[in-house]
Write a new protein. Structure first.
Length: 64
């Protein structure tokens, strides 16, 4: 069997695999939600860090 023939067979089975995976949204949705929450937490922390960097000196530090 030629390599081109094998490649065609693999491509023809791909739509079946894709359609089966789309029914597993119950598995994918919680993972997506956790990833979204983690991204939002990182972005919030980055924004907080930028605000504190705007001060020349931290609050309570001695100024001589």
């Amino acid at each position: 069997m030629s390599p081109d023939r094998r490649r065609t067979d693999a491509v023809s089975t791909l739509p079946t695999w894709v359609s089966q995976s789309s029914t597993d949204r119950g598995v994918v949705a919680p993972i997506t939600a956790r990833a979204r929450d983690a991204l939002q937490a990182v972005l919030r922390a980055r924004r907080r860090g930028q605000r504190s960097d705007l001060r020349l000196m931290r609050r309570g530090v001695e100024r001589c």
